[in-house]
Structure formats: structure tokens, C-alpha cells
Design a protein. Structure first.
Lengths: 237, 318
């Protein structure tokens, strides 16, 4: 091959380059990922049909990540008869509720339940879209007045982020979660025997830091949202 | 025994239903494109287990081609108006939460009890997949409760599912595509190449430099791969074990536990972790697909810095 020999070993990294460029240029991610996968396989010297077959097998093997979509029939059905509207009414009647405090409470709930192994108690399709996001929007509306669509989007993005941060930095405290089992089996193969409980204990300092850091940001979010809504009202006259 | 296959058939039927609703929707200009996309996806669930790998790979490529050439259409308007929903919300009150909360409640119940249920000598539910199967069963239970309570037209659930899925659109498939990309990366040996480059180009003479490189490397490699699980073996075999543990005498438990959560900081900051970051943007009608990532980046960076400190303070004294 004409490629200079000392650098030929980096050829399989072409997939990373394609992904980074594709996301930076805002091309459709599905297309970018498919092209990157095939390019990587070819660059590593595999035949194209083998690459497609390996890609198909991996796609089929990971179907379980899509299982959350099964929640949509019932969520759609409930949205049709006013689930989001009801969630808003409930929050508007709790007078101490603000967007930041509500999300802080959800962060604590999500971290604690995930630490007990109950990672399936949250989720974007099951909890955030039908309940947490409408409640967070309603809290802002009740406290500071009707927010613009731009502010509403910011609140919804924050609701999704809290779900992620809560589960990521809670689940590792549970001894039977996938990441702990992965660490344990990898270290076993490398000749180190460790107990899951020891690993779980050392996930606690980070979990506490995550709660403190993101908790402070959520309380600051309240101040920022209030100011933003007030500014929008002034502009609107 | 109930296995994952049962959940996959349920999903296949749901996606087939979405395809049919699309195909029958004369008001949609994209009825055939969307219909074909969801029909192909349905096939991977209904019979994917029994098809040769190459056929499955071609099905996935066909989905990408349909999407890229046909351009998927967005969601149709809601079936009910906001006023109608306000009235109905007032009528049903907090009972509306019952089917919604039945999903986590039944999932939890299943996770806790299915392992004790047997039919003869075989377990009722595949013990290795209890959580996912419980979630699948919980959605069915919740739907039955919702239908009995609300008594909507029988087509309502699938019509609503089509509305929500067409809003999420191609992003629904992205997590699986990225998982498949990760497998191809592993096949091509991308991990060892990256670890080799780090070892060759970064000076690793002090304990702090090694700890910082390992933790930040976990986050960066997770950003590239979209998954801390893929980054962990590579970074730990390349930097963690030989340098932190063997050369500087660090504790393997602290290193591994804090190393993994350093990877999770990377997960917060990457579009490659699509199911956590891109899918919710689509699901919450956010026009900026990176909106959730932008919220998470400050927390990700601060928490990564905290992890470097935690590891440095404790890994050499445990």
C-alpha cells in the first residue's frame, strides 16, 4: 500500500475521524455511523461482506437497548387524554416547587433508587417526557409567569440531563450492576481478584460530588430562569 | 420460559403497526418512506434472530438508504386539542398517573419476584434477562390498565405510538447503530492503537500525571466510543494496571471504581451516547439535537476534575 509504513497502523482510526467530522458537519448521524463502521472494517483489512455481516450481528445483539420504546403506546394513550396537563396542574398547586428544586428532588430520588439497583424506575420515555418535564415547566410557569418556547426547551433539556446524571452516578453503588460486573471480570482475567462490594464503596465519593455539583447548578438554574423570564416580559412590554 | 425473544416479538409487532398506520395515512406525503423504514426495523425484531448475519446487515443498510434518500417525514399533529385534554385531565384527575406509574411499579415487582417463579423445573422468566423482560411485561400490563380505564377507540394506542415514534424518527435506531459501530471498532483493534498513542506521546513520569491521564483518558475514549464499557478494558490494560498499580503501587479497587465513573463523565458529553443524549432531545421535541449535552458539559467537566482528585488522594493510601 502507498500509505507510509510507520503510520499505517493508525488506518483503522479512520472511523473515528469520519464520526467526528460527520457530527461536526451536522450530517445525519445514522448515515455517518454506517459509513464509519464500513470504512473502519475495510481499513482493518476485512472483506466488505464480512464487515456487513459483523455489523448486522452486532445490531441484532443490541436490540435490547430499544426496549424502552414499548412504553410509548401507553404514554401516547395517556397524553391523548391529558396526562401532561394533569402533571402541570399537580405541580402548580405545590407552592414551594420551583424548577430547580423539583429537578433536585428527582436527582436525589434517581440516585438513591439506582443505588438500590432500581435503574428502571426512571428513564426518558417512561418518566421524563410524561411527568418530570411537564412538571418542571409548570413549576416555572406558576412561579415566574408564562415562559417562551426557548425557555421551555431549556427546562426540558435540564430535565433529561437530571435523569442521566442521577442514574449514572447512582447505579455504580449497586453491587450487581453491569459496570461493576464488567470491572470484576476484567480484573479477574488480569489476575486481580476483587469483591463487588469493595468496588461499590469506592463509587460513593463520586456519587456525592455529582449530587453536590449538579445540585448547585440546579439551584443556580432557578435564578437564571427567573431572570430570563423577567427579561422576556420586559422586551414583550 | 419467557425469554428476550418474547419482548422482541412485541416490539416487532409494535413497529409493524407503526408502519401500517403510516402506509394508510393518505394525508402524509412521506407515508411510503416512513412505512418502509419502520417495516424494515420491524423485521429485525420479528425474525432477526433467525436470519443470517449478512441479511441482517443488509436490512440495516437498507434502513439507512431509505432514510438518506427518502428523507423521513416528521410527526403528524396531535389527535386532540389542548382544550379537550384540559377538560379530560380535569375529569380523570390523578387516576391518569395510575397506568403511567404502573410501568415502573410492575417492572420493580417483576425484577424482585420473577426469579422465584418456576413452571416445573424451568424458571418462568429467563433469569439472565429479568429486568428487560419485566419492563416489557410492565408495558403490556400498563397498556391493558389504560385501555380498560379510558376505553378509547381500539386504534388509539398504535396511532399515538406512531405519532411519538415519527417524532423521534431515525434517532430511535441510533443507539443500536452505535453499539454495532463499537463492535466493528473492537474488531479493527481501535482500542490498543489509541492506548499505544497515549503511552507514546504523553509524559507519564509522576503519579499525578498517570492518574490524570488515566481518568481523563477514560472520559475522552468514552466520548469517542460513546460507552465507558468499551473504554475501560483498553485504558485499564494500557495505562491503569501497568502504570498506576504496577509502577506507582496504587490500589486496584480505587483505580477501577473511580476510573469507570470518570468514563461516565465522558458519557455525559458525547453525541455517541445517543440513547442518553440524542434520543431524549428528539423525545422532548428539542430542535437542537445537542441541547441535552450542552446542559451536561459543565457537570461532566467539574465531576471529572473531582474524580482526578478523588483517585489521586485515595489510590495510593487504600
Amino acid at each position: 500500500m502507498a500509505f507510509p509504513r510507520p503510520f499505517a497502523f493508525v488506518l483503522p482510526l479512520i472511523g473515528i475521524l469520519i464520526v467526528v467530522a460527520g457530527f461536526a458537519l451536522r450530517l445525519n448521524p445514522l448515515l455517518v455511523v454506517a459509513v464509519a463502521a464500513i470504512a473502519t472494517g475495510l481499513a482493518a483489512g476485512h472483506a466488505i461482506l464480512d464487515v456487513i455481516a459483523a455489523f448486522g450481528k452486532a445490531f441484532i445483539d443490541s436490540r435490547s437497548v430499544a426496549v424502552v420504546w414499548l412504553a410509548l403506546p401507553v404514554i401516547g394513550l395517556l397524553e391523548r387524554v391529558g396526562l401532561k396537563e394533569r402533571a402541570r396542574t399537580v405541580i402548580s398547586s405545590i407552592h414551594v416547587a420551583t424548577t430547580g428544586r423539583l429537578l433536585l428532588a428527582y436527582l436525589a430520588l434517581r440516585q438513591i433508587t439506582a443505588a438500590l439497583g432500581l435503574t428502571s424506575l426512571g428513564g426518558h420515555a417512561q418518566m421524563v417526557r410524561p411527568l418530570v418535564a411537564p412538571m418542571a415547566e409548570a413549576a416555572a410557569e406558576a412561579k415566574w409567569g408564562e415562559p417562551s418556547e426557548r425557555v421551555r426547551r431549556r427546562i426540558r433539556a435540564n430535565a433529561a440531563a437530571v435523569d442521566n446524571i442521577g442514574v449514572f452516578f447512582g447505579e455504580d453503588i449497586f453491587i450487581a450492576i453491569g459496570s461493576i460486573l464488567l470491572i470484576r471480570s476484567f480484573l479477574d482475567q488480569s489476575g486481580f481478584h476483587v469483591e463487588p462490594a469493595q468496588l461499590a464503596v469506592w463509587a460513593i465519593p463520586t456519587a456525592v460530588c455529582a449530587f453536590v455539583i449538579h445540585g448547585i447548578r440546579l439551584l443556580l438554574l432557578d435564578r437564571s430562569l427567573r431572570a430570563e423570564i423577567a427579561r422576556e416580559r420586559e422586551v414583550a412590554g | 420460559m419467557i425469554t428476550l425473544e418474547f419482548v422482541y416479538v412485541l416490539m416487532g409487532l409494535m413497529f409493524a403497526g407503526i408502519a401500517i398506520v403510516n402506509l394508510r395515512d393518505r394525508s402524509s406525503a412521506k407515508r411510503y418512506v416512513n412505512g418502509a423504514f419502520w417495516a424494515l426495523y420491524a423485521i429485525t425484531f420479528l425474525v432477526g434472530t433467525h436470519l443470517p448475519n449478512l441479511v441482517n446487515g443488509l436490512l440495516v443498510i437498507a434502513m439507512v438508504v431509505v432514510m438518506a434518500i427518502g428523507k423521513l417525514g416528521g410527526a403528524p399533529a396531535e389527535e386532540t386539542t389542548r382544550e379537550e385534554r384540559e377538560v379530560s385531565a380535569a375529569r380523570w384527575g390523578n387516576r391518569l398517573f395510575v397506568p403511567a406509574l404502573a410501568i415502573p411499579a410492575v417492572t420493580l415487582l417483576g425484577t424482585l419476584t420473577f426469579k422465584y417463579l418456576h413452571v416445573g423445573a424451568t424458571p418462568l422468566v429467563d433469569p439472565k434477562q429479568i429486568t428487560i423482560i419485566s419492563l416489557g411485561i410492565a408495558t403490556v400490563v400498563a397498556l391493558v390498565v389504560g385501555m380498560l380505564m379510558l376505553r378509547p377507540p381500539p386504534s388509539a394506542p398504535i396511532v399515538e405510538t406512531r405519532r411519538l415514534m415519527d417524532a423521534v424518527s431515525w434517532a430511535a435506531v441510533l443507539p443500536q447503530m452505535l453499539a454495532a459501530l463499537g463492535t466493528i471498532f473492537a474488531l479493527a483493534g481501535v482500542g490498543p492503537i489509541v492506548a499505544g498513542i497515549i503511552q507514546r506521546w504523553i509524559p507519564l513520569d509522576t503519579a499525578f500525571a498517570v492518574v490524570a491521564t488515566y481518568a481523563i483518558g477514560m472520559a475522552l475514549f468514552t466520548i469517542i466510543m460513546g460507552n465507558a464499557f468499551a473504554a475501560f478494558p483498553v485504558m485499564t490494560a494500557g495505562i491503569g494496571l501497568p502504570l498506576i498499580v504496577q509502577r506507582f503501587g496504587g490500589d486496584v479497587i480505587v483505580m477501577a471504581a473511580v476510573g469507570m465513573v470518570s468514563g461516565f463523565c465522558g458519557t455525559l458529553m458525547t453525541p455517541m451516547a445517543a440513547n442518553f443524549n440524542i434520543v431524549p432531545a428528539a423525545l422532548l421535541d428539542l430542535p437542537d439535537q445537542n441541547a441535552v449535552i450542552k446542559v451536561q458539559i459543565p457537570t461532566g467537566i467539574l465531576l471529572l476534575a473531582a474524580n482526578v482528585l478523588i483517585m489521586y488522594l485515595f489510590v495510593f493510601r487504600a
